[in-house]
Design a protein around this ligand. Structure first.
Ligand code: AMP
Ligand code: MG
Length: 484
């Protein structure tokens, strides 16, 4: 296949590459035959300075499949390590992601599924259409929900076979983030005793993304604290929207506090706090209600890795302390917004605990509950919300105390806030599955419809209520594993 370059009119700089060869291997993507478009995001094109007409071009199709190199790109795969399911896994790295570089607007562009790298281990360097559609849709859905995340520019597919539990076909997701640096990058250089590289990495991350830490008398401890704060905010965002990541290994933790590496993730249907979305997670390590604690555990791994730079155990510990108060504070703030309460008041903590307990007791659909409550606050008719609870008396008692706080916020104001906070549409597993089934047959209409809804999840989208309805019975039998 051609090894030529494609002129996409993108301007590049290569921040990560300045770190030098200890951090990566330069290599080209491996081409795929007969590429076709699966999905594109105009918003992300604009974000990276790519003309949206250019995004539709055949050159872009070839480039984002890895068949041509965008002019000015400098492709590489980076090395990192990490803890997987709580156990040190040693060296990992971009096993199937290839960084094309960073555009001058400061966004790194990666091709995921673009072929083998020196870090592929036993893997084939490919991604299948199924998991690529899930990553693409969820990145854009999360962004629209206000959750910090990597973005997705496009998916291209190829008929090339890829062997998983069964034979599937290949796809490439082009994903975008300010940086794809992970906790695992730091762990890698700490564990291998490469402290000069560890320092260079920390300095790079501070200079580029946390410049305020440079002025601190202990810049590396300040970095650790800043990362832990962003992580606390991210966990509060996940918990509030009912998102389960599924594989919170330290190599999947972003140093910028972004959601990255979408795999067996799931938005909760019924509110089951102990829900485990990853079929491979037999211990339930990454259950929905464990995510905030696991993130804290992962931050300890990062602290351990930064210790040679921080120098003092006590300082590292102190840098992690704020997480313990910031996460609950951020979580409360998000939940208050879901309830339409504009500010903190006495009794709101009890109210939030109370509703979460009731939702769990009744296994109530999480997204539908919040959306119905938002409408009910506006209309004054709470019957559709009551209908969700078997224990009506318990709900009525809760509603009584909620109404007292609502009066203080003002109902109209509250309803307005709630309809912008509680989405009508989330990427439920079965919706993704329907889009995948159609796409496998060459029909991308379902994917486009879903993308449109998820890009504006707070709008009503008349005629699309089916996408906001309870999941069908078969949804609970969908098994999503690490296989992707
Ligand atoms: P994940 O759990 O998807 O984050 O993957 C863990 C590690 O395995 C990462 O370093 C990936 O790059 C690598 N990996 C996963 N799938 C493949 C594959 N099909 N080919 C090569 N490497 C892979
Ligand atoms: Mg990963």
């Amino acid at each position: 296949m051609q090894a030529s370059t494609a002129d996409l009119g993108l301007d590049w700089k290569h921040g990560f590459a300045t770190l030098g060869p200890d951090f990566f291997t330069e290599l080209r993507p491996t081409p795929l035959p007969d590429p076709y478009w699966v999905g594109t995001s105009d918003g992300v094109a604009r974000l990276i300075g790519l003309d949206v007409r250019q995004l539709r071009s055949d050159e872009a199709l070839q480039a984002f499949t890895g068949n041509q190199l965008p002019a000015g790109a400098r492709p590489l795969a980076s090395v990192y390590s990490g803890h997987q399911f709580g156990i040190w896994a040693g060296q990992l790295g971009d096993g199937r992601a290839i960084l094309l570089g960073e555009t001058t607007c400061g966004h790194e562009v990666q091709l995921k599924g673009a072929g083998r790298t020196p870090y592929s281990r036993m893997g084939d360097g490919r991604a299948v259409l199924r998991s690529s559609i899930r990553e693409f849709l969820c990145s854009e859905a999360m962004h629209a929900l206000g959750v910090h995340t990597s973005r997705a520019l496009c998916i291209t597919g190829s008929p090339a076979p890829v062997r998983r539990e069964e034979v599937e076909t290949a796809a490439v997701v082009t994903r975008v983030a300010q940086s794809f640096i992970r906790f695992g990058h730091f762990e890698h250089f700490a564990a291998s005793g490469q402290h000069a590289q560890l320092r260079a990495l920390a300095d790079y991350v501070i200079d580029r993304y946390y410049p305020q830490c440079r002025d601190d008398s202990h810049p590396y401890a300040a970095l650790l604290q800043a990362v832990s704060e962003r992580t606390a905010r991210l966990m509060a965002q996940w918990q509030a929207v009912g998102f389960c990541h599924g594989v919170m290994n330290t190599d999947n933790m972003s140093i910028l506090g972004l959601t990255i590496d979408y795999g067996p993730f799931q938005f909760l249907d019924a509110f089951v706090p102990g829900h485990v979305c990853n079929h491979s997670d037999t211990q339930g390590r990454y259950a929905y209600n464990r995510q905030p604690n696991v993130a804290y555990w992962n931050l300890h791994c990062l602290a351990q890795a930064l210790l040679p730079l921080i120098g003092d155990d006590e300082q590292a510990r102190a840098a992690l302390e704020p997480y313990k108060t910031l996460f609950p504070a951020e979580f409360m703030a998000r939940m208050r917004a879901k309830l339409g309460l504009a500010e903190a008041r006495d009794g709101d903590g009890v109210l939030i605990d109370g509703i979460l307990r009731l939702l769990a007791q009744g296994s109530v659909d999480y997204t539908i509950f919040w959306r119905r409550l938002s409408h009910a606050v506006g209309s004054g008719d709470f019957e559709p919300v009551r209908d969700l609870f078997a224990d009506r008396a318990a709900f009525d008692a809760w509603l009584l105390s909620y109404s007292e706080l609502l009066v203080l916020s003002g109902r109209a104001l509250a309803a307005n806030l709630m309809l912008k906070t509680n989405p009508k549409f989330v990427l439920r597993n079965h919706l993704g599955e329907q889009a995948i089934r159609a796409a496998k047959l060459g029909d991308f209409g379902e994917l486009q419809t879903l993308q449109r809804l998820l890009e504006n999840p707070f709008d009503e989208h008349p005629g699309h209520d089916a996408y906001a309805a309870f999941p069908p019975d078969w949804a609970s039998s969908i098994e999503i594993s690490c296989s992707s």
